[in-house]
Write a protein that binds this ligand. Structure first.
Ligand SMILES: Cc1ncc(COP(=O)(O)O)c(C=O)c1O
Length: 406
């Protein structure tokens, strides 16, 4: 099977529109020259519009985890009390980074598959303050890719700000930003991290981090060690239209083109498209007889997790899916072998989800799981249409992203 005909339905890296792929192969420029300076200015402004922030924004050559590490080491000192709200494997990783650098981390543990409850965050912050351990930061995950759950970040941020006004709000926005509504400034978020290989339709290689004025003040006091990820060095260079170290120039070219495509489509339409593909995926998978993993009201519009039925040999089923060109993701951490995940973020249309469901259906039939042919597709189309009723233009036909080959 040619890699070009593969249905890549993992939650990142996501498929690249043709123009983005071409941009990634352009000839190099001097990263300290005028072309790169203009590009850096353009992508920074484009990202700030997408983050909905007036804060500074720096672009790091790193994967998303590098961005999370930067968010921790620039704003905290060893021994600082931190509240880490984890709803899955990536929330655990965020807390683990803070612990590794010596923060005094208190965890709010949430059952995987559910979102964090603002009341639990409020109670945990209250207990920390009562114990004389006023938190310096609250770590939150916007969209937990390991479970397919989107947290109510606005409500969590409001609660945290009220209960612990001095704590920085640091958000892992890696797999939701650019696909679902997000308001960094209106929600009072101090540090927000995302990664190029997710909704941005760009290869892996860049982490983008927004930093509020409060966060810069904290950075001046913070003593965790940092060099490559020293955000102040990055910001100083950004002001001159440069990065402090050699950036992933090709990925920056790709990001520039991708942001142009995203803005041409418009973020409202992009959010509606993700609502439609999310609804279609959930409805189709359910119609195939799989149990969805996420609590329905907080199910993510960028990734869907479903339980592997106890009588299914997942490895064999997954091999058969791959043989038909459908690439899905398995479970992570304690969910390894228990769930599978379908990514539907970035350059994805409802029609592409229907194609993936068709392969799932065929394979399920081959594996002796009786299906009424076409039922999943009917359910998916109907769910996509209902999701789109608030946006008349967003019919199934109109949900192909700008620049997509589909
Ligand atoms: C929510 C979330 N956080 C963090 C990461 C880690 O990012 P990376 O793999 O780019 O380091 C991911 C990647 O899937 C993610 O989805």
């Amino acid at each position: 099977m040619s890699p070009l005909t593969t249905h890549l339905r993992v939650p990142g890296p996501t498929p690249l529109p043709d123009r983005v792929r071409e941009a990634g192969s352009w000839q190099m420029v001097n990263h300290r020259g005028p072309e790169f300076k203009a590009l850096l200015e353009r992508v920074t402004q484009g990202l700030k519009r997408a983050f909905r922030t007036e804060n500074d924004l720096v672009i790091l050559t790193a994967s998303g985890t590098g961005g999370l590490e930067a968010a921790v080491v620039n704003h905290l000192s060893p021994g600082d009390p931190v509240l880490s709200t984890s709803i899955g494997a990536f929330g655990d990783r965020f807390g683990a980074i803070a612990t590794r650098y010596g923060a005094d981390v208190t965890k709010v543990e949430v059952e995987w598959g559910r979102a964090a409850d603002p009341a639990d965050v409020e109670a945990a912050l209250g207990r920390m303050i009562e114990a004389g351990r006023a938190p310096r930061a609250v770590l939150l995950t916007h969209n937990e890719t390991s479970t397919g759950v989107t947290n109510p970040i606005q409500a969590l941020a409001e609660t945290a700000r009220r209960a612990a006004p001095d704590a920085l709000l640091i958000v892992d926005g890696i797999s939701g930003l650019g696909a679902v509504p997000f308001e960094a400034d209106a929600w009072g978020l101090d540090v927000v991290v995302t990664g190029s290989q997710k909704s941005w339709m760009v290869p892996p290689g860049l982490a983008m981090v927004s930093v509020s004025g409060r966060a810069w003040q904290a950075a001046e006091r913070a003593t965790m060690p940092r060099f490559y990820f020293d955000l102040a060095s990055h910001q100083k260079a950004m002001v001159k239209g440069e990065t402090p170290w050699t950036p992933a120039v090709g990925v920056c070219f790709a990001l520039d083109v991708a942001l142009e495509l995203l803005e041409a489509e418009g973020y409202e339409r992009i959010f509606a498209r993700h609502a439609a593909v999310g609804a279609a995926t959930r409805a189709g998978i359910k119609a195939l007889g799989f149990e969805l993993f996420a609590d329905p009201p907080v199910a993510s519009n960028t990734v869907t997790a479903a339980r592997v039925p106890p009588d299914m040999d997942w490895a064999a089923f997954n091999r058969a899916l791959r043989g038909r060109g459908l690439v899905l993701a398995g479970g992570q951490g304690k969910l390894t072998g228990q769930i599978f995940r379908v990514g539907h973020l970035g350059a994805v249309s409802v029609n592409e989800i229907l194609a993936a469901l068709e392969i799932l259906e065929e394979t399920a039939i081959e594996f002796g799981r009786p299906q009424e042919r076409g039922r999943a597709l009917v359910a998916a189309v109907s769910a996509a249409d209902s999701a789109a009723t608030s946006d008349k233009e967003n019919t199934v036909e109109a949900t192909a992203p700008v620049g997509s080959a589909a």
